[in-house]
Design a protein around this ligand. Sequence first.
Ligand code: DOR
Ligand code: ZN
Length: 428
Amino acid sequence: MDLILKNVHAADPQTGLDCVTDIAVKDGKIVKIGDCGGSAERVIDCTGLYAVPGLFDMHVHFRDPGLTYKEDIFTGAAAAKAGGVTGVLLMPNSKPACDTPKTVKYILDKGAQTGINVYTSACITEGMSGGGLCDYEALKNAGVFAITDDGRPVENAELMRQALELSVTNGMTVLSHCEDLKIINGGIINKGEVSKALGVKGMDRASEDYITARETALAASCGAHIHICHVSTYGSVNIIRAAKRDGVNVTCETAPHYFTYTDEKLYSRDADYRMSPPLRTEKDRAAIEEALLDGTIDCIITDHAPHAAEEKADFLKAPNGVVGLETSLAATLTKLYHGGKCGIGKIAELMSVNPRRVLGLPPVKIEEGAECELCIFDPEAEWTVEPEKLHSKSKNTVFKGETFKGRAVYTICRGKIVFDRKEDENVT
Ligand code: DOR
Ligand code: ZN
């Protein structure tokens, strides 16, 4: 036996597994669940720890190629591993943008060296220009199964309709960054009391609601699957809930900062609290939380968006985005599990099961014979977020100074321990 995890609380909503047991691993596979004795190359006492299928973050920016001073595929993957994440979907707004098989190959080849599963999306329009559509068939053959111009919307609705039609032919999922740029009109934080008090231009919530409504209407008309990125408004939640009820093939995601914080954080005039879409109001935050619990929102993602400290220094001019891979599980456990809103099984659904389902990837299960891909975490570990200790090259976290309860301890991918908190703390 290569590895035995002793006395771990294994939870997999897909198989109904939810008990304290041992897990034995050999040649990358789970070979036994049950009493496994103690004879293996490595035996880990997991008393008090949970094991869930490895987390999958379907919305991350690794800035590679071209913007590697912010992050690269290896440092991004290191952040993922430290957060219990064994699979990621990269957004295509690198430099050049990921819109050709050549760039896809560069990313996937480098990703294959990380020890976790790195996938990439590609652009909807060439260079994310909003102009001509990319060659989806060629991208599909290069290994792409999701397209998006994330970072911006496809402004031309007819072009988006055509992309959705082609996505059906090519069996791809379209991910949409829902923000109408004309309504945003240079705004930098949520438009409301806080933007007024600070005297800065606001981003009207209608910018998000309007494009969410447009995308669900277009997807319905094409019979296509649309996935709405980083939902932040109650309006968007209501549109998606109604569309799902009507049988539209729509799925969506949100990030921990949207169900943890509101735009009151911006009173600090600190650009580390700026992202797009922006932190909204308590009414939005509560609606996002409710939608996570009632199944309207399918996935928790991070929108991990690294930016250099110099870029974030100026509140008004800083680019939007926050890192999140190393805090996502902790923030979710703290807010939803310790907040008494849901159990570990639901969190596994939101962070592990549903993202793979939405993307049409094979499920990762905790069962005998399955490839061993696990996130092992201590639900009770208390820790405070110190940005300088993050593995990401950039430290622009919205959770700096926050104390969380719950943290990834071991991350296992293809049967290999790719992250071990104790070892990591001794090295760094
Ligand atoms: O805040 C954001 N930052 N939102 C996005 O959609 C893009 C991202 C980035 O690439 O920095
Ligand atoms: Zn986006």
